[in-house]
Design a protein around this ligand. Structure first.
Ligand code: GAL
Length: 494
């Protein structure tokens, strides 16, 4: 076979050898061409350039949306409220919902931001109607779902509902797959939830996933179906879009894509009311804090363990750590454990810490706290029992610090202020303790908190208080590459 045959062969046979054939390689003759420019050539060149620029511009416009949060007017801040699941599981009914909503108001929780009353799984009949609609359980919601949401709204609250992106919910009630925006029958699920029932929030689960041969898309596509339905429903009705709270337990990295579709995404499996669950969720979320900002929030699951205080599973200090971490990492704050009516004074005090809530609901800074040092472990260690301990973040009113004692006994915790990127070297900072609600003087360069309780937390707000005192030694609080202006490393520098 000569080289020409080989080339032809290679073009058709993917397994054929590529590259120059063995044997003599014939040089192609070089053909010299000379051009002369005419005005027509110039005009055509200009026209082609214009078309090329136009084409490039249009193709830029049609590129997939970048992963910035969807701002459709709802869910700028993490939502706060109550969710029925962890307290009642399937044992819900309209009385439970109405009473919980009333308690949100009478306990003063609504006034500090807990405004959503969310109904989780098990509110429906097991089968859709003949028209194909989801219908509320006649036994659990005898006066109808719309009556229930009207009651919630009349209390000045918002209402949340639950469905699933697959065939069924996790408790095998109807899911919304292929019914998201269906118009063949009476009412698409999104219209039922938003218009007929008038819900303001939709939690959307990930159970009963259709077979690949049916779905032919990944979890992203499965969630996009409802996101598109929400946008279409809002556009056609003129209503505000329902707030979309994705719940696929962090399986397919929702922190990378969910903010295109909704306002929050669960990052982990279900929470449990014990310290192992809390420390494990904090550990996992320490790796995705970067993804949370206005209109898009990593959801660390229900703040349920607070209600376990006194029930054996969680100490008071652990409950404080739980609430602090959730709030400062800008998770939605949905509360529950025991029925709200059984809430203790101690638990209520934690949930109503308005200085902590103010950080969660900061309308100027949307980002979360992030570890600046792991502490017990080398940085970036993935450890479900001993998560990162030294955290900081920005806020409207200063630098937020969270210190977490992951040990089972009290510990002193120490850090150099400038370890946090939000601290300016050479400045000093006033220290506000967000749990004792006291101003604790001024920190210069370092801060030590003694005897932080086992599994306890310290939450501080550091505010710039001007230049640090002159003449401090050493010249830099962080000595790495600290040099004078001639490049000489100072004594103690490295
Ligand atoms: C789970 C979800 C829980 C709850 C439950 C209802 O998948 O994580 O928060 O909604 O389903 O069946």
């Amino acid at each position: 076979m000569d080289h020409v045959d080989r080339e032809k062969e290679a073009a058709h046979d993917p397994m054929a050898p590529r590259g120059p054939p063995s044997g003599t390689w014939l040089q192609k003759p070089i053909v010299q061409v000379t051009y002369s420019l005419t005005p027509t050539h110039v005009l055509m060149a200009l026209l082609s350039l214009t078309f090329a620029a136009l084409f490039a511009y249009l193709s830029l416009l049609s590129k997939p949306a970048p992963t910035t949060a969807l701002d459709n007017g709802v869910g700028k801040l993490p939502f706060m409220g109550y969710n029925t699941w962890n307290a009642y599981v399937c044992d819900i009914n309209e009385t439970v919902v109405r009473e919980s909503a009333e308690l949100l108001v009478s306990l003063g929780l609504k006034d500090i931001g807990y405004e959503y009353m969310n109904i989780d799984d098990c509110y429906a009949e097991k089968n859709r109607t003949e028209d194909g609609d989801i219908i509320e359980s006649a036994e659990r919601f005898p006066s109808g779902m719309r009556n229930t949401t009207d009651y919630i709204h009349d209390l000045g609250l918002k209402a949340g509902i639950y469905s699933d992106s697959g065939w069924f919910t996790c408790q095998l009630y109807p899911g919304s797959f292929q019914n998201e925006d269906r118009h063949v029958f009476f009412c698409a699920d999104i219209e039922l939830f938003r218009e007929t029932w008038n819900f303001d929030l939709l939690k959307y689960d990930n159970c009963a996933i259709p077979f690949d041969e049916i779905i032919r898309e990944g979890v992203v596509g499965k969630y996009k179906r409802m996101a598109d339905a929400i946008a279409a429903q809002a556009a056609s009705s003129g209503q505000e879009p329902i707030l979309f709270s994705l719940c696929e337990w962090g399986r397919e990295q929702p922190w990378l894509w969910a903010k295109r579709f909704g306002q929050s995404w669960r990052t982990t499996d279900d929470i449990g009311a014990h310290w192992d669950a809390i420390s494990s969720i904090i550990n996992q979320n320490s790796f995705y804090t970067w993804s949370t900002d206005f209109y898009g929030h990593g959801d660390m699951d229900i703040v349920n363990a607070i209600f376990a205080i006194g029930n054996g599973d969680l100490t008071y200090e652990e409950a404080k750590s739980h609430f602090t971490a959730w709030a400062l990492m800008k998770s939605p704050l949905l509360i529950v454990w025991l029925q709200l009516s059984a809430i203790t004074e101690e638990s209520l005090n934690i949930l109503t810490n308005t200085e902590i809530i103010a950080i969660n609901q900061d309308s100027v800074v949307g980002t979360a706290i992030t570890p600046f040092r792991w502490g017990r472990n080398p940085d970036w260690t993935n450890d479900y029992t001993y998560p990162a301990q030294y955290w900081s973040g920005e806020s409207e009113n200063g630098t937020v610090i969270m210190l977490l004692n992951v040990e089972s006994e009290p510990a002193d915790m120490f850090f150099t202020l400038a370890e946090s990127p939000w601290i300016r070297a050479g400045r000093q900072y006033s220290v506000r303790d967000l749990w004792t609600h006291t101003d604790n003087g001024t920190a210069v360069r370092n801060l030590t908190v003694s005897a932080v309780p086992a599994h306890g937390v310290v939450a501080l707000l550091l505010r710039d208080a001007g230049d640090e005192p002159a003449g401090l030694d050493p010249k830099c609080s962080i000595m790495e590459w600290c040099t004078d202006q001639n490049g000489t490393v100072l004594e103690g520098g490295v």
